[in-house]
Design a protein around this ligand. Sequence first.
Ligand code: SAM
Ligand code: SF4
Length: 353
Amino acid sequence: MNQIMSPLESAVPVTSPELVDQFSRTISYLRLSLTDRCNLRCRYCMPQGVENDVEGLPRIDLLSYDELLRIVRVAVSMGMNKLRLTGGEPLVRPGVMGFIGDLSAIPGLDDIRLTTNGVLLQDKVDALYEAGIRKLNISLDTLKPERFAKITGVDCFAKVWQGIEAACARGFQVKLNAVAMRDVNDDELADFANLAVERPLQVRFIEFMPMGERSSWERNRFISAQELRERLARIGTLERIPGCRIDGPARIYDLVMSDGRRGKVGFISPISHHFCDRCNRLRLTSEGRLRACLLHDRETDLKEMIRAGGSDQAIAASIRQTILDKPKGHTLENDLAVSQRGGCQGRMSRIGG
Ligand code: SAM
Ligand code: SF4
């Protein structure tokens, strides 16, 4: 029975069985893309040719914070307990700190994480901590300032680095995410690995994925996680951390250097060794579309439903249906074996990675 309620009414508890899909995966993790806007223009993420300013993308109609809170409350009432805020760059959206504070007050939401490019981080670490965030993923593909400017289109490596240092000093659990690209940044693997040993952070290498219609992906830029591990094994010993599943899709290793120092490095391999059988996520795009898989373009328009007066039960039913329709997996590695294309047409910045 679907009772129609005003969209302004707050979420009522919606009882639901565990969020198990038809392949026995429990879906407990929601990723919100808060905006498709960004203060960087990473070549592998943004469409080529987009103006180099934060206003450069066409203005899309974002879900309001109230609408987002309502969806999150419904998802949490159904059993979801982990949330990631991403984008675009989540820290460019005005009012984001207040929103995070409101999220933190939702009972049952145990874990709120943020993925950021770090450009605006330095001045925000205290506010983020106070708002309830403890875990940050910070994207950084190079440790060389000039190269940073080439990859991202903006010359602000120092700001990102200061943000990383401030986050570590404030006590966040920091993971640095680097997209590995041949002949772009793969000469820095050892430098990144050293960071994991020298600093209180984990370094994770992500396989370069073809995303969006005008992706800059090229086969000869792709480096598999296996190759990355083989190359890192030349500078230290990699010991797999068994059963480490808290990091979701990442395979985590202890990197032990010849002098005995240790650090943690992870590998995220959506192409060479996908993790679909363990996938526990749903995504909400910046324009309010619910998406079951990063690499399948099927989406449900929750914004339209909410603005047409849909009830919390209707939102819950949509979430449930999206979970039931969640594909078993993607076929990117096979698609790429026969063509240069693959992946999804949607832009990474609106889906949120
Ligand atoms: N702006 C934030 C940031 O960069 O951390 C959050 C959004 S960004 C879309 C999320 C993650 O997606 C980043 O770590 C980024 O490196 C990754 N990403 C974007 N395009 C990618 C691609 N083509 N292949 C692999 N990872 C990609
Ligand atoms: Fe912006 Fe993140 Fe995409 Fe880079 S990866 S363009 S920082 S959204």
